[in-house]
Design a binder for this molecule. Structure first.
Ligand SMILES: Nc1ncnc2c1ncn2[C@@H]1O[C@H](COP(=O)(O)OP(=O)(O)OP(=O)(O)O)[C@@H](O)[C@H]1O
Length: 291
């Protein structure tokens, strides 16, 4: 994918299975939104092959579009309408595409309840807080009961309870309805909780693809052992935490008042992978210009 002469995506190759929750991670400007917009059919790719629900998004018709839900990173809503009116209006577009196997749209009252907007259903959208407007964005993405849902930073602005409720909703959609979900986020805890698979995009390429556990195992890093003894706290970095803890317990077991082993988590893994790739980039350029 290029914007003018600026190459933005150069190595993006992946499949998503039905019911899978895949999370696209990457630094600002890596190309996540561009990738999602190409898959949604909002942008025409400059080259390459894209199939979404069996069709090329560039030529997807209304029947194809009705099967897809989209929550954009920013969305211009209708400030003078109410959430209920907006959702009822949009719901009407999906009704013709309802089938016995896949009834559409979502019942508006039920959906308002699901995203926690019942109390705000009849307020003007302009008067809603940023987080509540974001919940409405999510409802707009869901109203057609999509088989495939694209979520671009869906929880930006959510309070902790709304975030937790949203995570439960994503699990329900994937596990109970078989909805496939591709989302971007900068919240690595969220990615770890939600994603069956994580793709890390850096500088237009996918540099890692796997479950949070598998990625963390790939970058087997140093663990930290923390303990407290006689009111004093200690920390020790080691690649072999188990022998170290065994020795610690054998020597000081009775005196320990606290003990914690912290293994590298997704955030450590993500930062290590992005740094590893970024530190390679200048070397690659150097190699290219060296005769
Ligand atoms: N309409 C556009 N015209 C020209 N360049 C663009 C356009 N949209 C995005 N870009 C460029 O493409 C690159 C990738 O942008 P994109 O928005 O896809 O990144 P992102 O990974 O989603 O970033 P963020 O995490 O900040 O949302 C950036 O260098 C950006 O400046």
């Amino acid at each position: 994918m290029t914007y003018g002469t600026h190459e933005v995506l150069t190595g993006v190759d992946f499949d998503v299975e039905q019911g899978e929750v895949v999370c696209l991670l990457g630094p600002n400007g890596a190309g996540k939104t561009t990738t999602i917009e190409v898959l949604e059919g909002f942008r025409l790719p400059s080259a390459g092959d894209v199939q979404v629900l069996g069709a090329d998004p560039a030529t997807g018709d209304d029947a194809w579009r009705a099967r897809i839900g989209v929550v954009l990173q920013s969305w211009r809503d209708h400030p003078r309408w109410t959430p209920r009116r907006l959702l009822r209006y949009l719901a009407g577009y999906y009704a013709p595409w309802s089938t016995p196997a896949h009834p559409r749209p979502w019942d508006v009252d039920e959906l308002l309840g699901t995203v926690g907007l019942t109390a705000d259903a009849d307020r003007k959208i302009a008067t809603l807080s940023g987080g509540r407007r974001r919940r409405l964005d999510v409802a707009v993405g869901l109203i057609g009961r999509p088989e495939l849902l694209f979520l671009d930073e869906p929880t930006a602005g959510f309070d902790p309870q709304a975030r937790r409720d949203f995570h439960d909703l994503v699990h329900r959609l994937a596990d109970l309805e078989g909805t496939s979900i591709l989302l971007t986020t900068h919240d690595l805890g969220e990615a770890e909780r939600l994603a069956d698979r994580i793709l890390i995009l850096t500088d237009g390429r996918i540099v890692a693809d796997g479950s949070a556990d598998a990625l963390t195992r790939q970058v087997a890093g140093t663990s930290e052992v923390r303990w407290a003894e006689h009111g004093e706290r200690f920390v020790h970095a080691t690649d072999e935490p188990i022998p170290f803890v065994r020795q610690l317990l054998a020597q000081h077991g009775d005196e320990l008042t606290d003990l914690e082993v912290r293994r590298p988590d997704l955030e450590d893994t993500y930062l290590a992978m992005v740094q590893r790739f970024e530190s390679r980039t200048p070397a690659r350029h150097l190699a290219e210009v060296t005769p």
